[in-house]
Design a protein around this ligand. Sequence first.
Ligand code: GLU
Length: 446
Amino acid sequence: MSVRVRFAPSPTGFLHVGNARTAIVTWLFARQHGGHFLLRIDDTDTERSKLEYEMAIEDGLTWMGLHWDEKTNQKLRNDRYDVVIEKLKKDGRLYPCYETPEELNLKRKTQLSRGVPPIYDRSALKLTEEQKKKFEAEGRQPHWRFKLEMKPIEWNDLIRGPVSFKAEDLSDPVLIREDGRPLYHICSVIDDIDYDITHVVRGEDHVTNTAWHIQMFEAISGKVPTFAHLPLISDVEGGKLSKRLGALSVKAIKEEEKLEPMAIVSLMARLGTSDPIEPFSSLDPLVASFDFAKFSRGTPKFDPDEMIRLNAKILHDTPFSEVNIRLANMGMPDIDDSFWMAVRANLERLDDIRAWWHVVDGQVTNALTDPDFTAKAADLLPPAPWNEKTFDEWVGAVKSHTGRKGKELFMPIRQALTGMDHGPELPVLLPLLGPEKVRQRLLKAA
Ligand code: GLU
């Protein structure tokens, strides 16, 4: 049996780190099995779904290297949903209900106050044809519920192990709204059947939905896929991912945080698994090491700083050939291999290279705060060629000739060379600047 999976985001917001994790895990599993990865846009909610979000989702997936084999939109499949819905109505698995939201709320409150679990009491099943006609004459439109069969619902979850529900503990789910529009549950199950999905991978917030879905799969096709429910991610303190962190969208990670795609992928592929979290520069080793059995049931903590540390490590190993075009596009076409190799170990984000580039290639504005001292330092410059040891050699000489040390020694030099109080490491910077620029900046304010 070949593996067929889907990633099914709702385009009602940007792809956030939690969704991104589901996408990454699903994709790795598919690729490991030479399977098929479907991107399914769950856009049945036409008011909240936006093309802008759909495009951002596609852009985010592409940026992370998660290419899909096929794409579908739920909003294009209404005719197909109608056919299945008619059949379920005929089979008596969908039944019309006329309660208003207020009436349902009252029922729930009464049940709760009596210490009874708030499960729908199925009173709509007892309505006579006459009563239904009366409701409709009053202008009430029915919503439709799926009639669960009263039997145990069990599955072997790839992450949670054996899971079981009693249908008696569940309400019959509403599948069709008063306005006739089908809801997520029915659309999702029909799609999973039509696209031959073999494994449904999603967050554990869907566990109860899965109990419902299994009976729907049985009623529609008689075939049930395998499920894997990922524990939801928490923040560093173990709390629910806050709005602020949840707002950490893939788009923001790319455009505002300016991180490398493999930083989020490296973290999310391994978070909550028994494998170590390490920086990876390609998806291949992650595909090779992927295994649902390595996922723990505990809630993994998402630490944005960990993603930034991974980002730095990834950059420190990146060859020039992988960044040269990006650097040119960022407006720094003259950065070459030796410049890159000299500074990359100092970068946390690729964008940090701007400071280095500016200092080396740009015109720095420096005020010579201590001209006699920097002139003396210029006299002591060692002869070329320079390397990363030159700085220590030189500063050692300046120190013994002037008797200065610490900040008094370094700060005037830094200010003269860079025009800044802090910034690029001077030992790396010195050979990049070269003797001519260094001498010039030590002697003259620009
Ligand atoms: N659109 C649903 C969500 O984003 C899909 C859940 C599923 O994978 O079935 O939660």
